[in-house]
Design a protein around this ligand. Structure first.
Ligand SMILES: *Cc1c(COP(=O)(O)O)cnc(C)c1O
Length: 396
């Protein structure tokens, strides 16, 4: 019997009813702009920022227009200027080098390990050869590097770390929330991430000066006093005249639906991980397929799963992906020579200087990725694993 999966890999859950009610209340008020509040009214955006700061344990939080915007804002706020080298992962998504390019800086790519995290040996080499003073660290697909070792290297070299937590909202390293090791943590609330407002982003930091600059940059005008999750007014005195307004605010409508989802996030994380573990268990001991070992210290959010087809020929990988697709299983191949849909490789970002990374290419060429939206049941996930296993065994 050939099983065929009929689920939709890009179908998220509906927005919860109480979030819809909160959004309707904002619309009824007519006050959608974050600074359009009544006297004594904090507003949904400031409340979301307070709640996100509490959720992560950060001193300050700022809600913005997108995850990519949060990263660009963080780069500017820590002082990156045009022409500067900025280190980042070779294995990441296009908006990451894009945020670096958007401030006129130059992405310097650091290799990826078979564990799908940044290669710390290569990081040390690239710190010394590039002279970069900032690392935009992408926890791509939710894989978290050894953050203690990484911070030791970066602190020792005077490298500021900004974390791209688009796939690690709700995740932890050794009990510390992802985004709390570096100077700034950046998150996305885009539909395919862990809380969904269509588009949106969040930024956290403990540094009052970075927070003040980020708030000014996000387009606060001189209304920064309305940021109840921001630093006190005196901190703005030193930054308010020389920080440009690079408009990228969040609005009350999106904040209203995010606040409800943030409360539910710990529950959602459990649901994702039950699905992840089901697929992972179904793919154990399949010859030719390498699962990613998750470190003990990593508290991850299994909103997608990756495995490696190491040293498979391109044509064989293509056949495997086509075979799965015929049976309703949509996989992404990060190694595909041509960028497709959301997926692209570091060498397709041709605005960056060419930077060969042969060791990483072996890993990148092998990465297969499957989304696990919460509209899939645990039984669906068991079926997905059966189909993938079948197709691997056919191809091997
Ligand atoms: C989605 C994503 C971003 C950017 O977030 P947007 O909100 O879409 O701008 C950054 N990094 C990674 C790894 C992402 O997946």
């Amino acid at each position: 019997m050939t099983e065929v999966f009929t689920g939709n890999f890009t179908q998220q859950e509906p927005i919860p009813e109480d979030a819809i009610e909160a959004a309707v209340a904002v619309m009824r008020s007519g006050r959608l702009h974050r600074y359009n509040t009544l006297p004594d009214e904090a507003g949904e955006v400031a409340l979301l920022e307070q709640e996100f700061a509490a959720f992560t344990g950060a001193k300050y939080a700022l809600a913005v227009a997108s995850g990519g915007y949060a990263m660009g804002c963080a780069l500017r706020a820590v002082g990156v200027e045009a022409g500067d080298a900025v280190l980042t992962n070779a294995f990441t998504l296009a908006p990451v080098p894009g945020a670096i390019a958007a401030v006129g800086a130059r992405p310097v790519f650091v290799g990826v390990t078979e564990g799908l995290v940044i290669d710390l040996d290569d990081l040390q080499v690239k710190i010394s050869t590039s002279g970069a003073k900032v690392l935009m660290l992408s926890h791509m697909r939710g894989h978290i590097a050894d953050m203690d070792a990484l911070m030791y290297i970066c602190n020792g070299a005077g490298v500021i770390v900004i974390e791209d937590c688009a796939h690690t909202m709700g995740a932890t390293w050794d009990g510390v929330p992802s985004g709390r090791h570096g100077a700034v943590g950046c998150y996305s609330t885009q539909t395919y991430k862990h809380i969904n407002s269509g588009e949106g982003g969040l930024l956290i930091t403990d540094d009052a000066d970075i927070a003040a600059r980020a708030i000014m940059l996000s387009g606060s005008y001189m209304l920064y006093g309305k940021h109840t999750a921001g630093p006190s007014a005196d901190v703005f005195e030193t930054v308010k005249y020389d920080t440009p307004n690079v408009s990228g605010r969040m609005d009350h409508l999106r904040a209203a639906i995010l606040r409800v989802q943030l409360k539910n996030l710990p529950n959602q994380v459990e649901h994702w991980n039950a699905r992840y573990r089901t697929v992972e268990n179904g793919l154990r001991d399949v010859a030719g397929l390498t699962l990613i070992q998750r470190p003990q210290a990593e508290g991850f959010v299994g909103s997608s799963i990756q495995f490696l087809l190491l040293d498979w020929a391109d044509a064989k990988i293509e056949d495997f992906i086509a075979g799965c697709l015929k049976r309703g299983v949509e996989l992404k191949w990060f190694g595909a020579p041509e960028p497709v849909a959301f997926t692209s490789r570091y060498d397709s970002w041709r605005y960056a200087d060419p930077q060969p990374l042969p060791d990483s290419d072996r890993v990148l060429n092998a990465i297969i990725d499957m989304r696990l939206p919460l509209t899939f049941s645990v039984d669906d996930c068991a079926q997905l694993a059966r189909i993938v296993k079948d197709e691997i065994e056919l191809g091997a």
